[in-house]
Design a protein around this ligand. Structure first.
Ligand code: ADP
Ligand code: ZN
Length: 616
């Protein structure tokens, strides 16, 4: 039995009492006020920006049921569980339920027993659903992951095209569309296809200052990854992205052999395995998910402490969306990528052999060029990314190029030696070869393949001994990234381009990045105290004794979450545990003042938490 509020509650009251937060973040307050007053809104915020409250609070303040359209069917159950944990009455309708469950949920909504109802997009087009919505008193329509309406985007869902009906059939219900995809094209496509011309648009900064961005040259990628996890993220939850299903499985197995709790996720696994692995990643502390990009959209686990890429992403959009899954709770997190010559060759070949017309390939090429520009950048990584999204920024102080500025060296002569080898092979022998053979020629190595083709007779044989092989690979990589070399689609043979000639003629110089081979680590207090003391990176700002308390709170949370069969972060997010550990509340009052402790959680867990704190 529910008690209807006897007076109108304000958004701020809901924020404080229900969600336990002190203040709104960024644009939240303006968006919420506008929607509560009945206006439409388009909300562009990065992952972790706090989009959910932008529709959840209007749904709680306005009379009726808030209807949330979400493509993330597998996650609806968890979303509803998390709302339930703070005392918000929520339900969902999707194809995973029995007809009986669906009927019960519909009835609860019609009886005014729900504040929020999650709905799969494919239902909206059905006459049955539309009749149901006619009978329902809808307070607000939220269209989550609104970029799914964009046909050029990477997450297109045809069902999203039907969502224009919401504005046509229920013109008096305010609509709020939300996405973390920032490009101008996507934005205008959302407005046009959803009929949101009258909506106010709110664009947040896309900066994620708590994430440290690092891109390192790939040597032994897997060893580098293990080292990253062992030294900086032991016991932390993380995501490792790989390009292929086979490499996902290989990498997960390798991590497990190293004693790291890792699970695979890709579209080729049976759906039960995928669901079970996803559930473990969400529920347990410190699981590493090794996945293709099939994994991640809508995963709102707030305490993912690192996202690692062992293969080159295809675009900055994809890279930023994937890395954005780290540190949604605002605590320090790492976005780390290892990339090498083979990645560039592979991606260029994938484009050349991809389906689609020339314009499509050109577009893919531009996306990749921007991504490679980021990898080879000598300046602040964050600045490059934000400028790509049209946002002005200064150097950030929290990326590898800011923390350990790379040295530049003049690579013009090296580039000329490489290019002239390519040109000679073509002119004198009518041949083209891959990077390995070119480097063997430059280094003067008498390999079997060199002898077979008599490449030791070329005039450039052995003229490049001033550089070692890894440096030569960096030169090839850089020229490929800059478009001054190309890869043929068939055998990965390297060829010259129009942009090669200015370099060969000395009209253009080539500035190369001296690869920082040693690890550019975040100079955090964790390191200063020694690896043995370091546990979760989330607690890196705590003193040693506070960190002990944090670990005990984590242990209490793990037990509590397990007993209640909910994800650990639904009990309390890391950020709240960190505050509790440092402020050591001694009374219910003091505890309730901590961000993330709302009325319902205070009642459910307050006494236990105070006991854990007192035991210190
Ligand atoms: P998004 O959907 O934009 O990725 P979420 O809505 O999941 O982001 O919010 C990200 C994190 O920030 C969540 O852990 C959420 O509880 C927290 N959060 C949201 N709004 C606030 C606020 N006003 N104060 C403190 N924390 C907040
Ligand atoms: Zn920077």
């Amino acid at each position: 039995m529910c008690v209807m509020p006897t007076r109108a509650v304000t958004p701020l009251e809901v924020l404080r009492e229900t969600f336990g937060y002190d203040d709104f973040k960024g644009d939240q307050e303006r968006v919420i006020r506008h929607v509560v007053e009945g206006g439409d809104a388009l909300v562009l915020m990065p992952t972790g920006g706090g989009k959910s409250l932008c529709y959840q609070i209007p749904a709680l303040v306005r009379p009726g049921v808030g209807v949330v359209i979400s493509p993330l069917i597998a996650l609806m159950h968890d979303q509803v569980t998390a709302l339930d944990a703070v005392g918000v009455r929520a339900g969902y309708l999707n194809s995973t339920q029995s007809l009986e469950e669906q009927r019960r949920t519909e009835q609860a909504a019609l009886d005014g027993e729900l504040d929020l109802l999650y709905l799969a997009p494919e239902r909206v087009g059905l006459a049955r659903t539309q009749d149901f919505l006619d009978r329902l008193h809808v307070s607000v329509f939220a269209i989550d992951e609104a970029h799914c309406v964009s046909q050029w985007g990477h997450d297109f869902r045809p069902d999203y095209l039907r969502l224009a009906v919401l504005g046509e059939r229920w013109p008096d219900v305010p609509r709020v569309a939300l996405t973390a995809t920032a490009t101008r094209e996507t934005r205008s496509e959302i407005v046009q296809r959803l009929g949101l011309e009258a909506a106010h648009t709110y664009v947040a900064s896309f900066d994620r200052p708590n994430i440290t961005y690092r891109i390192v040259p790939k040597l032994q990628g897997l060893d580098q990854l293990v080292d990253l996890i062992r030294t900086e993220h032991p016991g932390d939850a993380g995501i490792v992205y790989r390009l292929s299903r086979a490499s996902v499985e290989k990498t997960a197995e390798a991590l497990v052999r190293q004693g790291i709790e890792a699970l695979p996720y890709h579209a080729g696994l049976p759906s039960e395995v995928r669901a079970a692995n996803q559930a473990r990643f969400l529920r347990e502390d410190g699981v590493v998910m090794v996945a293709t990009i099939a994994f991640g959209m809508g995963i709102d686990k707030p305490d993912v402490r690192f996202v690692a890429h062992l293969d080159l992403p295809r675009s900055i959009e994809g890279y930023y969306q994937e890395t954005g899954r780290a540190g949604r709770d605002g605590l320090p997190a790492t976005a780390w990528m290892a990339y090498g010559l083979a990645d560039v060759v592979q991606q260029r070949q994938l484009i050349a052999t991809s389906e689609g017309d020339a314009a499509h390939k050109r577009r893919l090429g531009h996306h990749l060029d921007a991504m490679l520009g980021l990898c080879e950048a000598m300046s602040c990584r964050r600045q490059v990314v934000l400028e790509y999204f049209g946002e002005a920024a200064g150097p950030c102080g929290n990326c590898d190029t800011c923390l350990t500025p790379p040295e530049a060296y003049d690579g013009t002569v090296a580039a000329q030696k490489l290019l002239s080898t390519v040109v000679r092979l073509r002119r004198e022998r009518n041949q083209s070869f891959g990077a390995g053979q070119l480097i063997d020629i430059l280094l003067g190595r008498r390999t079997a393949k060199v002898d077979q083709w008599a490449h030791h007779e070329l005039s450039t044989f052995g003229i490049g001994t001033e550089l070692a092989e890894p440096q030569w690979r960096a030169v090839v990589r850089h020229l490929l990234a800059a478009g001054a070399l190309a890869v043929s689609s068939d055998h990965g043979a390297i060829t010259v381009t129009d942009d090669s000639w200015p370099v060969l003629r000395g009209e253009r110089t080539v500035q190369l990045r001296q690869d920082v081979v040693s690890r550019a680590r975040r100079p955090s207090k964790v390191d200063a105290r020694g690896a043995a003391a370091s546990r979760s990176a989330a607690a890196s700002e705590l003193s040693a004794t506070d960190r002990d308390l944090f670990e005990r709170l984590r242990a209490w949370r793990a037990e509590t979450a397990k007993a209640a069969a909910v994800p650990a972060y639904v009990v309390f997010p890391d950020a709240t545990l960190v505050s509790i550990a440092s402020r050591r509340p001694a009374s219910t009052d003091e505890l309730s003042a901590i961000s993330g402790v709302g009325a319902k959680k205070l009642e459910a867990y307050g006494d236990e938490v105070l006991l854990v704190v007192a035991g210190a």
